[in-house]
Design a protein around this ligand. Structure first.
Ligand SMILES: O=c1ccn([C@@H]2O[C@H](COP(=O)(O)OP(=O)(O)O[C@H]3O[C@H](CO)[C@@H](O)[C@H](O)[C@H]3O)[C@@H](O)[C@H]2O)c(=O)[nH]1
Ligand SMILES: [Mn+2]
Length: 761
């Protein structure tokens, strides 16, 4: 069982005055024991299934059918064993911010650099980015110690324009936030929550100021949105920021994104408070705010987000050089102004901080509907599995919402006798002017500072993998560093989950493809990580990294048994045979447990059902494509990209999303597969029911049920879970229904497969 006691304690003298800054709690011994007993019974069931399959080859079918079932059941069983690591000994952390404040007055707090990444102003609208940035600028933290950097991989003048506007509005917004201690500090989210609400104890003119600041915000939003819509920056802004916008003069709109120099602007210099004539007569000290678009040239690979992050690490080392970094996606606004202080409780705890390389917080979303129709809230991962990982050495780095130690991310090796963070090595340059800083930092974002250097291999985020975050975190943990997981009561960050099925499937294709590449990479959790990280952690890495090959077993189970049902050949034990028991028990226990877990994590019953559907769709589509693409890539054919998830949808789509109606809409090869499998199961079920009805005296029903009860249940469950898909194919008229071409292809292919299977095979 894992413990959290570090192996190099402080000498006894210091131990006396030690007050922990964070707490670690585990579940009670009884509940853990009960959980393990239960898992043991499920495992027994799984072993019995394997035994049954080994000892009961079916003589009436081809050998491969039996081998396929054996393979699938071995896979499901072993995979289930892997998932148990995440449930073995979960730990839950809580912080003592009061103690942090007592031990470290604001003056002595370390600097924090926040990195926000955006890449495309059409699917990541500038106003969304602005809201995220403003929520970060408004953190409850000493302004001279906080710097917010935006990396714009789209090099969009509209994003820069939005940032200039944000910098101007920041004074009023941050002033308002500080005076009335508001939460959350993303203007859009705050105004939505405050609508119709009365001031609670805020008093002191809250309502009047709210009206004023809201008006200012709406005007800014208007300017930003109309600039983007018209495709033109307003004249006054062009005049005022002539130099800033000069980069875009006469450029070729089509090649620009992939071919431009570095653009760097320090929009707010937060080193010192401004002279005392700011908002409301008082000088308002704001944190540093920086816009960066790193250099891009078509002949050099830019390495997606990893490249952007590494440029940010280098540039920030010149401008603010904070020892602690926070990484966020552009849609993840801060929902809690005190999160930085929470995080510091982990990095500044005197005894336990020496080996913590990064601190991951859960990714939560503010646009998930009540029953989470695409299973995108990652509830069980956030509430069950990551606390489980935390006891084995810490969770993975999953991108947004992660705090890093700068030295470790820059490649520092772990030394068990002294890996403490030396805060004195960091801090700001107070001698140079803003212009000088810009001039000196700029080349650090050029290709020359990145290409053919250690960046992307030994330093910073790793290149070449679509999940740069996971592989980077793993490589850090393999050096001996730990990570920690912190799931605060009030969500720290809220982002945008995908709102259509195609988006969800494409996102999961990227994730599972990246994860599978890691298994085949130098840092494979299967080989390289052995002995470097704990076995529990290794198992969980494998659990996520083997998502893609899952497709094989799931495809087998969702196609073959149904076809054999239609043909009338049983593949599972008869209902009257005792061998049914292990199947029934293992499946029922697994699913009831998963339902309980889901409900305890804050989900709904329908939400769980929806997640099972998404589970099936991801495994039969996303993972299949990821699997095939990864294999092709390892053979040197093709290259993996990074399809960015859209953070907006048109009104029509958004309305259906709010009503929890599944969105198909476009024709995609993924849908061909989904729909074909769904049709195939429907035909099989209809076929077998028809057969029963035709047979006389109800003999048919009894025989079919006894001989093929499990197959019938499996097929029935598949039909039931596909219900929204049948609706989209047969009944719906809206634009989100299944496109006619997909429907036609699916119907024909399913019909051909079913008939040829029954009559020819
Ligand atoms: O060339 C690129 C591509 C993407 N991004 C940014 O990367 C972030 C993540 O992209 P998104 O499309 O939102 O992907 P998600 O799947 O939602 O993101 C999760 O998964 C990614 C890895 O697949 C991680 O990079 C993210 O941090 C993590 O939140 C966004 O802020 C993008 O702007 C870039 O900066 N440059
Ligand atoms: Mn995202």
């Amino acid at each position: 069982m894992g413990t959290n006691t570090p192996n190099n304690e402080k000498p006894p003298t210091a131990a006396k005055s030690y007050t922990p800054l964070f707490e670690t709690n585990r579940r009670s011994t009884q509940s853990q024991l009960l959980n393990k007993l239960f898992a043991a019974t499920v495992f027994l069931g799984i072993c019995s299934i394997w035994f049954y399959r080994f000892t009961h080859p079916n003589p009436t079918t081809h050998r491969w059918v039996w081998v396929g079932a054996l393979f699938a059941e071995l896979w499901f069983g072993l995979y289930w064993v892997l998932t148990q690591a995440g449930r073995w000994d979960p730990v839950f952390r809580s912080t003592h911010k009061d103690r942090l404040a007592a031990a470290h007055p604001d003056k002595t707090l370390p600097g924090v650099d926040v990195f926000v990444c955006t890449a495309d102003h059409t699917i990541e609208p500038p106003i969304l980015v602005v809201n995220t940035v403003l929520s970060l600028v408004a953190y409850d933290y000493p302004p001279d110690k906080l710097a917010v950097y935006l990396s714009d991989d789209g090099a969009s003048e509209f994003t820069l324009y939005a940032m200039l506007e944000a910098a101007r509005f920041a004074g009023s917004w941050v002033g308002f936030c500080r005076r009335f201690d508001v939460e959350p500090r993303s203007p859009e989210a705050y105004f939505a929550a405050a609508a119709g609400e009365k001031s609670e104890g805020g008093g002191g003119g809250w309502e009047e100021e709210l009206v004023a600041v809201k008006k200012q915000y709406e005007e800014m939003k208007d300017r930003i949105e109309s600039a983007t819509q018209l495709g033109r920056i307003p004249e006054d802004a062009l005049l005022q920021h002539k130099e800033a916008f000069s980069h875009w003069d006469g450029n070729n709109k089509y090649s620009w994104r992939r071919d431009h120099p570095t653009i760097l602007h320090i929009l707010i210099d937060g080193r010192n408070p401004p002279p005392a004539d700011g908002v409301n007569g008082s000088s308002l000290h704001l944190p540093t705010l920086v816009y960066l678009a790193r250099e891009k040239r078509p002949q050099y690979h830019h390495n997606f987000k990893a490249g952007a992050m590494n440029a940010l690490i280098r540039v920030s080392s010149k401008i603010s050089n904070a020892p602690i970094l926070l990484n966020l996606d552009c849609d993840m606004y801060s929902n809690d102004p005190s999160t930085l202080r929470d995080a510091l409780c982990f990095f500044m705890d005197e005894r336990k901080n020496h080996d913590v390389a990064f601190l991951q917080l859960p990714q939560m979303f503010d646009n998930v509907t009540k029953n989470d129709i695409y299973g995108s809230s990652l509830l069980v991962i956030s509430r069950v599995e990551f606390p489980g990982l935390d006891s084995f050495g810490g969770p993975m780095y999953i991108g947004s919402g992660c705090f890093h130690r700068r030295d470790v991310l820059c490649g520092r090796d772990f030394d068990p006798n002294g890996s403490k963070l030396d805060w004195t090595n960091y801090g700001r340059d107070h001698e140079h002017t803003v212009e000088q800083l810009e001039r000196e930092a700029k080349p650090l974002a050029d290709i020359a500072s990145d290409h053919n250097t250690l960046w992307g291999t030994e330093m910073g985020l790793k290149y070449g993998c679509p999940v740069e975050d996971v592989i980077t975190g793993l490589s850090i943990q393999c050096k001996g560093w730990k990570s920690m997981y912190f799931d605060p009561k009030r969500e720290a960050f809220l982002g945008k989950a995908p709102t259509t099925l195609p988006q969800t499937l494409v996102q999961h294709k990227r994730w599972s493809e990246g994860d599978f590449q890691i298994v085949l990479s130098r840092f494979s959790p299967a080989w390289y990580a052995s002995g470097r990280i704990s076995i529990g952690l290794q198992m969980m890495y494998l659990c996520y990294c083997l998502w893609a090959p899952n497709c094989l077993a799931v495809l087998y189970y969702s196609i073959i048994p149904s076809l054999y049902l239609l043909k009338g050949i049983p593949l599972f034990p008869q209902i009257s045979s005792p061998w049914v028991l292990p199947f029934a028990y293992a499946v029922a226990a697994k699913y009831l447990y998963s339902l309980a877990e889901f409900l305890c994590s804050g989900g709904t019953i329908l939400g769980w059902w929806n997640e099972q559907r998404t589970w099936l769709y991801k495994r039969t589509c996303s993972y299949l494509f990821a699997f095939v693409d990864t294999i092709l890539k390892t053979m040197g054919l093709g290259e993996s990209g990074f399809v960015i998830t859209a953070k907006v949808a048109d009104e029509d789509v958004a309305r259906r999303y709010d009503k929890e109606i599944m969105e198909f809409g476009v024709s995609s090869p993924m849908f061909n597969i989904l729909a074909t499998i769904a049709m195939l199961n429907l035909f099989s079920l209809i076929g077998v029911v028809a057969k029963c009805l035709v047979a006389k005296d109800g003999v048919g029903v009894r025989v079919v049920f006894d001989e093929m009860g499990l197959q019938l249940l499996l097929c029935g469950a598949l039909v039931l879970i596909n219900w929204p898909l049948y609706q989209a194919v047969f009944f719906r008229k809206d634009k989100g229904r299944m496109p006619g071409s997909v429907t036609a292809t699916a119907l024909v292919s399913a019909l051909v497969v079913c008939t040829s299977f029954v009559f020819l095979y």
